[in-house]
Design a protein around this ligand. Structure first.
Ligand code: HEC
Length: 179
């Protein structure tokens, strides 16, 4: 029997008079997305990457972009109790007035955003036509710009990034591009 993680799928499909996909197809797509491999870090042992990774923690980026998490139980054995590196705490944070789009979603403030996972960050330009469009609305076209747009709860770590020497900034960016 195909894996069906979400029971509400059946109910949702029954409420739609002419569903365009049947349950089995939808369950297969959900399974495919659930089981996708996460992007793997490249050059993890390169000395600049390691140095940049330490800076990432030192200036406070890792408090929100949490490097390591462990999954709970999953009926898919390969996903059960796995340690993985999402670089997010999966929480929303107030990013300040500069990142406020004045559009209400649920109970979040209009300046609150979920910490973006940074896995695959260095690969983003490859799938976005050569340029990475970062932050919730793609307003940043470089990692450095994205960092400079961090206000609110993230303002202090962004200021610490700005205060680093040019070579330390480059090491941090080299680390981020390895993700
Ligand atoms: C207070 C929590 C917090 C801290 C500290 C923080 N970030 Fe973020 N970061 C976020 C949130 C929330 C977003 C999403 C903002 C948005 O979508 O507009 C984000 C987005 C990003 C992005 C854009 C990713 C993408 O794919 O769009 C990058 C790059 C990034 N952060 C790097 C950093 C770096 C480097 C540091 C340290 C200098 C840092 N962040 C510190 C919360 C934080």
């Amino acid at each position: 029997m195909p894996y069906q993680p979400y029971n509400y799928l059946d109910q949702t499909l029954q409420e739609v008079s002419t569903p365009e996909v049947d349950n089995a197809t939808l369950a297969s797509v959900v399974f495919y997305c659930t089981a996708l491999q996460t992007p793997e870090q490249r050059n993890a042992t390169d000395s600049t990457v390691v140095y940049g990774s330490n800076l990432f923690t030192q200036i406070g980026c890792a408090t929100c972009h949490r490097p390591t998490m462990t999954t709970g139980y999953s009926p898919i054995a390969a996903l059960s109790y796995q340690t993985f590196n999402p670089f997010t705490d999966l929480l929303v944070h107030d990013m300040g007035p500069g990142d406020d789009d004045h559009y209400t979603e649920g109970t979040a403030l209009t300046s609150e955003w979920r910490t973006t996972p940074l896995w695959g960050l260095g690969l983003a330009p490859n799938v976005q036509g050569g340029t990475a469009y970062l932050m919730h609305d793609g307003r940043a076209t470089s990692i450095q710009q994205a960092i400079e747009m961090h206000g609110g709860e993230a303002a202090v770590s962004a200021q610490r990034f700005g205060a680093l020497s040019a070579s330390d900034q480059n090491a941090l960016l080299t680390f981020l591009k390895s993700l």
